[in-house]
Design a protein around this ligand. Structure first.
Ligand SMILES: [Zn+2]
Ligand SMILES: [Zn+2]
Length: 160
């Protein structure tokens, strides 16, 4: 995070509390963490805090645009402090790894819908689903075997 977290909260008109600061610091320490993961770091930092209090702080920071919440299908909500640039995410189907990628067409042009049908659009969500390089490298030999096995079967079907 480039700016001081205390200043960041103050400029947004958010009351600065130890819990909110710790939650913000935790989210800034590693992108795309779940609330549970944030809670572990916050407890390390400031001691006991309920998961509900972590959720409350996260929701408040999201509502005020300090952090961003993403929720890939089938995953818990993730939080990140990289906001306002409408970046997209690469998501691995196998291990769930999430990686930032810049907006495909530049700075937030995805927010300009061809026809907004009267909606006030504030977010365009793009997720590229697939397998990360680590999972791909791990699974390559078996994928190759599967391809080889399927070839004769395809040929047989065509003959029938
Ligand atoms: Zn993976
Ligand atoms: Zn991200």
């Amino acid at each position: 995070m480039s700016s001081d977290p205390v200043d960041l909260l103050r400029t947004r008109g958010i009351q600065v509390t130890a819990q909110r600061l710790a939650v913000l610091r935790a989210v800034a320490s590693e992108p795309h963490m779940t609330a549970e993961q944030v809670a572990v770091i916050v407890r390390d930092d400031i001691g006991a805090i309920s998961l509900q209090s972590v959720y409350d702080a996260l929701n408040l920071l999201v509502a005020d645009g300090v952090i961003r919440r993403i929720q890939p299908a089938g995953s818990a909500a993730r939080f990140e402090d990289r906001v306002g640039d409408n970046h997209h995410h690469l998501i691995c189907r196998q291990c769930g790894r999430i990686t930032d990628v810049d907006c495909a067409a530049g700075r937030t042009p995805c927010l300009t819908a061809p026809d907004d049908k009267g909606y006030e659009v504030d977010e365009a969500e793009v997720a590229y689903w697939g397998r990360c390089s680590t999972c791909l490298a791990k699974s390559k030999p078996s994928a190759f075997r599967a391809r080889k096995r399927s070839r004769p079967r395809r040929r047989k079907r065509r003959d029938q």
